[in-house]
Design a binder for this molecule. Structure first.
Ligand code: RFL
Ligand code: PHB
Length: 390
């Protein structure tokens, strides 16, 4: 078969790119390794930058978001048992929206069903070929049959573990891992806070997020080699109470419906382009979740890549030629913000020396005191959290 753009991966990046192309009549096929049920069940990000919300609105993909998304004017930073509000709206005139990635994927997929897009699930052995030339193609196995899709462009929106990045000869990665992980839970209890709380505590980082006015999402810093089996519900709540507690405030507990441990990593590929193959989203870069930037970076990439492909079909090659450079330039700013938030808020236990660990902790408190005490520092945080321009 033949199409114009072969999209590999039906995460938020691939699904959104399909909609951008559909709007201008560019043909595409989306090939996804997992089942529809699997991708609809995946619980991940929860915060949309204002730019992400604006793009979904422009594309007419925000009906569910407008109904169920929760607009937040800021976040709380907590340390030494005190909670400080950072008011994004007041500082930079922007907001963020709490809307689960799971809900976004569900909506994008439902819209693909409505417009009759060719989205194929449970596709195995996907491989891009001849992307250096003018006639690339993708091979795969679907329903026991070998598939060959001839196309103009191949898009690798296949996440961190995908096949497209390794298909680029000589590609390098700049990366670092962190000596801690996040234990995340979903609980059927109304959030105990209006805005998200990010807390530094001597026992480790904790955070209170939400999915709706009925469902809370909470996270705890744990060691990366810990097993979820060592975290019965009672222990999770006890640590959340300890790390998030402030005088006169109550953290409401509820039934836990999901819990998992996620390692933390920063990763940027040296290029997002090889001939007619382009990478977008987690396929090209990963951030630790503390700045809430992974999903938003995927959306920023496809907004740029979509526009660039539209320009290319209109006869202008320029934007596509500069896609990798432009997307990576934005991504490095996002990387430094995510690393900064992560290191400021997590307890660093790796040094064997107690005095070094104590010094590190006190400088983090100093950094938080500066950040919450200076309007300039608050504005810098607000500007980056609410999102750099696309
Ligand atoms: P995805 O979502 O990983 O989708 C890639 C898709 O490609 C498929 N795939 C293949 N398909 C065909 N053939 C192959 N060989 C394939 N290999 C893989 C996969 O099955 C999958 O369906 O990447 P995408 O679209 O780039 O989207 C990126 C986001 O999912 C990710 O950055 C965020 O979830 C990160 N993240 C957060 N980002 C935020 O912006 N705000 C947050 O608050 C936030 N919180 C989080 C997060 C990620 C988390 N985890 C679990 C990693 C919280 C957590 C706990
Ligand atoms: C979430 O709601 O899952 C969430 C919110 C903010 C983050 C990370 C995750 O920084």
């Amino acid at each position: 078969m033949r199409t114009q753009v072969a999209i590999i991966g039906a995460g938020p990046a691939g699904l959104l790119l399909g909609h951008i192309l559909h709007r201008v009549g560019i043909q595409f096929v989306i090939l996804e390794q997992k089942s529809r049920e699997y991708i609809l069940g995946r619980i991940r990000a929860g915060v949309l930058e204002q730019g992400s919300v604006d793009i979904l609105h422009e594309l007419g993909l925000d009906s569910d978001l407008a109904e169920r998304g929760l607009t937040h004017h800021g976040i709380y930073l907590q340390y030494e048992g005190q909670r400080h509000h950072i008011d994004f709206l007041d500082l930079v005139g922007r907001t963020v929206t709490i809307y689960g990635q799971q809900a976004l994927v569900k909506h994008l997929l439902a819209e693909h069903d409505r417009i009759g897009s060719d989205v194929r699930f449970e596709v195995d052995d996907v491989q891009p070929h001849e992307v250096e030339g003018d006639a690339p193609f993708v091979t795969a196995v679907h329903d026991g049959e070998e598939l060959r899709i001839d196309c103009d462009f191949v898009i690798g929106s296949d996440g961190y573990h995908g096949v497209c990045r390794p298909a680029i000869p000589g590609i390098r990665a700049l990366e670092r891992s962190y000596p801690y992980a996040w234990l995340g839970i979903l609980s059927h209890v109304p959030p105990s806070t209006d805005d998200l709380i990010y807390a530094l505590h001597p026992s480790g980082f904790a955070m209170h997020s939400m999915r709706s006015l009925e469902v809370s999402r909470l996270y705890l810093q744990v060691d990366p080699d810990e097993s979820i089996d060592d975290w019965p519900d009672d222990r999770i709540w006890e640590q959340l109470q300890l790390r998030l507690g402030t005088p006169g405030w109550t953290l409401h507990e509820g039934a836990i419906s999901e819990k998992s441990i996620t390692p933390m990593r920063s990763f940027v590929a040296s290029t997002l382009e090889h001939g007619r193959l382009f990478l977008a989203g987690d396929a090209g870069h990963i951030v630790p979740p503390t700045g809430a930037k992974g999903l938003n970076s995927a959306i920023a990439d496809v907004a740029l890549l979509g526009r660039s492909l539209v320009a290319r079909y209109g006869g202008d090659e320029g934007p596509l030629k500069s896609y990798s450079r432009s997307a990576l330039a934005r991504q490095w700013k996002v990387q430094q913000f995510s690393q900064w938030m992560t290191e400021m808020l997590h307890v660093h236990r790796e040094s064997p020396d107690e005095a070094t660990r104590a010094f590190r902790y006190r400088t983090q408190v100093g950094q938080l005191e500066y950040t919450t005490g200076s309007r300039h520092a608050q504005a810098a945080l607000a500007e980056q959290y609410a999102g750099l321009p696309f």
